[in-house]
Write a protein that binds this ligand. Structure first.
Ligand code: GDP
Ligand code: MG
Length: 297
């Protein structure tokens, strides 16, 4: 089993988030351009190295909302942080710990949520001496129990490899979530989504059916072989996730097999279906999540 996961990039504007991302991706990147109004439009880049896949997700700015749009953006940014396995909180030493950073600190997941949060001090070249990092590191440590604090210089690509290794070390085990090529067909996509949801509903019990949403992450079509479909089943709680997965994955297997048979009928061709279950707390009360999951327009 390889490793895969979502890495949220947060930080105030201009701290070098995009520069860092480009530095990570180099030429290996498969940039995924997605339609707006889906979860996936947040995805900026996927880095695949052997059996390891990192999906970098750019979070919209985190500021105090002044209007509805701001609130939606904030809700989105927050859900991106919550959905991700790892959060990179990127700062510039010259603006670190100002009001905007304070806002981000306030929105980091609670330590008991066990998210991996890495404090990245970019633009280390702007510091006259290395030892000036020490008070910044100390301050950061006093504000939040970061898993790691990593100084880098994204512009010169200094220490990006080290940061990447740190990210990989915190990445959970998992299959590749995104193949390189993709094809999306909205109508089929919607149908496939509904077939999978239907199987979950018929196979599960209690509160699970009410908490499930299905999102098609990726459909790839190569001339030869089956159509590859990657979908995520969202539930609201860890206990529900356990139900959907079942003992030794038996429930997932059943859902996957029955859904695949129906999808093959729909598309009249062979299908490879890859399902993934994720806990997404309170998505039903989250307008952003609702929109991302196609429940509003
Ligand atoms: P973003 O808004 O956080 O995505 O920031 P950008 O990546 O667009 O970078 C903002 C500016 O900071 C650009 O002019 C970059 O060239 C510059 N920058 C990024 N990383 C570094 C760095 O490590 N050192 C220095 N000196 N400048 C950097
Ligand atoms: Mg940027």
């Amino acid at each position: 089993m390889g490793k895969s996961g979502f890495v949220a990039i947060s930080g105030q504007p201009n701290v070098g988030k995009s520069t860092m991302l480009n530095g990570f991706l180099k030429e290996k990147v498969a940039i995924i351009s997605k339609k707006p109004e889906t979860t996936r439009d947040n995805i900026r880049g996927v880095l695949t190295e052997n059996a390891c896949q990192i999906i970098f997700v750019d979070t919209p700015g985190i500021h105090k909302p002044h209007d509805l749009l701001g609130k939606i953006m904030l809700t989105r940014a927050q859900s991106t942080l919550m959905e991700s396995d790892i959060i990179l909180f990127v700062t510039d030493p010259r603006s670190a710990f100002n009001k905007d950073d304070e806002n981000i600190f306030n929105r980091l997941p609670k330590p008991e949520e066990n998210k991996k949060v890495i404090f990245v001090i970019n633009k280390a070249d702007k510091l006259k001496e290395k030892k000036r990092l020490l008070p910044l590191i100390k301050k950061a440590k006093s504000l939040y129990p970061f898993n790691e604090i990593v100084p880098i210089c994204a512009l010169k690509q200094n220490d990006l490899d080290e940061l990447l290794e740190v990210i990989k070390s915190y990445l959970p085990e998992g299959p590749l979530l995104y193949p390189e090529d993709q094809l999306t067909d909205k109508t089929n996509e919607f149908m496939i989504q509904e077939i999978i949801r239907e199987k979950v509903l018929t196979e599960t019990y209690e509160e699970v059916p009410h908490s499930v949403a299905v999102v098609i992450d990726e459909i790839t079509d190569s001339a030869k072989g089956p159509l590859k479909i990657y979908a995520t089943i969202f539930v609201e709680r860890t206990s529900q996730k356990a139900i959907v997965i079942g003992k030794d994955g038996s429930m997932m297997k059943k859902i996957g097999e029955t859904a695949r048979i129906d999808i093959e009928k729909l598309l009249e061709r062979g299908v490879y279906l890859n399902l993934w279950v994720k806990v997404y707390k309170k998505w039903k009360e989250n307008p952003s999540a609702l929109r991302e999951m196609g429940y509003s327009d």
